[in-house]
Design a protein around this ligand. Structure first.
Ligand SMILES: *Cc1c(COP(=O)(O)O)cnc(C)c1O
Length: 492
């Protein structure tokens, strides 16, 4: 089937054509103006498409086939951990007892769901070295905010008004954003030549006004913080807490535990590490795992063991309150639970394979690109397209666009901000050596094209449904309103 030139749904429209015929409702018809008032009614009917059911179904099915997804191809999107999600997780989440449970069901009827959350809490604690978990936050960034609110409550409870949060310059943008949203002043600390947080600068910044350090480990350069224990001593030495941005947890499962490294609280991205679907706007979940001293401030309700059963606890006087309705995005937590019940004992192999795959790709690609931090990487690595830019006038954006021509999703680019022309690649553990080789071959070919035919790379993509878009114009001057075509007769 031709995939280009799918018409707009409006272009199928034939006046009077309908997809669904509603049966007689059996109640008297009431004019709209009697309900909302004539002044609120439009004078002309909305220009909605009038189409048949097959046209409707085919239109959206065709559009869906244009999507790139992890079930369609390799997705090397660094920092996002786009691994393949076992379909058995979907079966578990769709079990009617989970999928159709009403969030207000009495606890006697929700024991299985509460038990699942309780057991997931125990599993996350075992993996992270923490003591308790809240499942309410809807994503990693929301987990950051929730944790910072608990950190603030902790300090205030001790009579301390701390005003600053330290964030390294390699951090994900959500870290300073969450700190600012929570009312803190953000202090940025640079990275050192090996990509670790600069300890001398950290010592200068760490004083009694600091509430927490937000650290990512492995950090966004894909590098393990080599002095994390010493960093924790510096931070705890001034009475502040250690927050881990756990987005890169996929690299260290079963190998090392944040709780043992000195972290007091962290978020987990179940849509990254624990294999729940990712992208397209969610839902995800960003559970927060924490040490005992933060337990009193947990969002309510918490799931508690109660004899042989389980209950929700709303009676926590020091709670920061609710951060989301009910217990959070329960469906994705069922998927995470199914994943852990399947792979729990193999988690270490998961991370080892993720790290091996990343280092394999790094070794294949390093002759062709600059590598600003030349260390053994963890689950991802950051190349620089500086050479291609200065020697051939090809930007990292162009290289990413050219990858689309070879059938791959582009890697993360221009992040982290401290790497010029950054190309951030994360293969994950679920990819085979053949897939990694094919991807490396494509990227190497593009590196060669930068020398021999830079214009083709600069103007890519050429083989996709749409070619290079004017992103600035699209953002500055969006045209979101459909207008009838000026020329009659649209081909299908
Ligand atoms: C993905 C990510 C976040 C934010 O997580 P969301 O679940 O997308 O809100 C924070 N920090 C890092 C390093 C990340 O990669």
């Amino acid at each position: 089937m031709r995939m280009d030139n799918v018409p707009l749904i409006f272009e199928y429209s034939v006046p009077g054509r309908v997809a669904v015929a509603l049966s007689d409702p059996g109640v008297p018809e009431v004019p709209l103006e009697a309900i909302v008032g004539a002044e609120h009614l439009r004078r002309e009917p909305a220009a909605l498409p009038e189409v048949s059911e097959p046209d409707l179904v085919r239109h959206y099915t065709r559009l869906s086939q244009r999507n790139y997804a992890v079930d369609v191809g390799f997705y090397p999107l660094g920092s996002c951990t786009m691994k393949y999600n076992p379909k058995v997780n979907e079966d578990a989440a769709r079990l009617p007892g989970f999928a159709r449970l009403h969030p207000n069901a009495p606890r006697e009827l929700a024991q299985g769901a509460l038990q699942l959350l309780w057991e997931l809490d125990r599993m996350f604690c075992e993996i992270s070295g923490m003591d308790r978990v809240t499942f309410q936050p809807a994503a990693g960034a929301h987990g950051e905010l929730t944790a910072l609110m608990m950190i603030r409550a902790y300090h205030e409870d001790r009579g301390e008004q701390r005003t600053r949060v330290i964030v390294p310059d390699s951090a994900h943008g959500t870290n300073p954003a969450s700190a600012a949203m929570c009312g803190y002043t953000v202090v940025t600390v640079p990275s050192d030549a090996r990509g670790n947080i600069d300890r001398a600068a950290l010592r200068r910044a760490a004083d009694g006004s600091v509430a927490a350090l937000m650290l990512t480990n492995p950090n966004t350069l894909g590098l393990f913080e080599e002095h994390v224990v010493e960093v924790a001593e510096i931070i705890h030495g001034c009475g502040a807490l250690m927050y881990l941005d756990g987005a890169n947890f996929n690299a260290v499962l079963g190998i090392t535990r944040p709780g043992d490294q000195g972290f007091d609280v962290m978020h987990l991205n179940v849509h990254k590490t624990f294999s729940t679907p990712h992208g397209g706007g969610g839902p995800g979940a960003g559970p927060v795992a924490l040490k005992q001293m933060l337990e009193p401030y947990l969002p309510t309700p918490t799931v508690e063991r109660d004899g042989d059963g389980f209950r929700l606890d709303d009676e926590r006087p020091k709670t920061i309150g609710r951060v989301r309705a009910f217990v959070g995005n329960f469906g994705v937590l069922v998927r995470a639970y199914a994943y852990l019940r399947t792979f729990g004992p193999l988690l270490r192999q998961t991370s080892e394979a993720a790290v091996l795959n990343a280092n394999y790709l790094l070794q294949r690609l390093r002759p062709y690109f600059d590598l600003p931090y030349d260390r053994t990487c963890m689950h991802e690595f950051v190349l620089s397209g500086r050479r291609q830019k200065t020697q051939y006038g090809v930007r990292t954006l162009d290289i990413a666009k050219r990858l689309l021509d070879y059938g791959y999703h582009a890697p993360t680019i221009y992040f982290p901000l401290i790497v010029d022309e950054a190309i951030m690649i994360e293969p994950t553990e679920t990819e085979s050596r053949q897939t990694l080789d094919a991807f490396a071959d494509a990227l190497i070919r593009i590196a060669e094209e930068c020398e021999t035919d830079p214009e083709t790379v600069r103007t890519a993509p050429h083989r996709t449904v749409v070619t290079r878009l004017d992103e600035v114009a699209a953002a500055r001057n969006p045209n979101l309103r459909w207008r009838p075509p000026t020329k009659a007769g649209v081909t299908r």
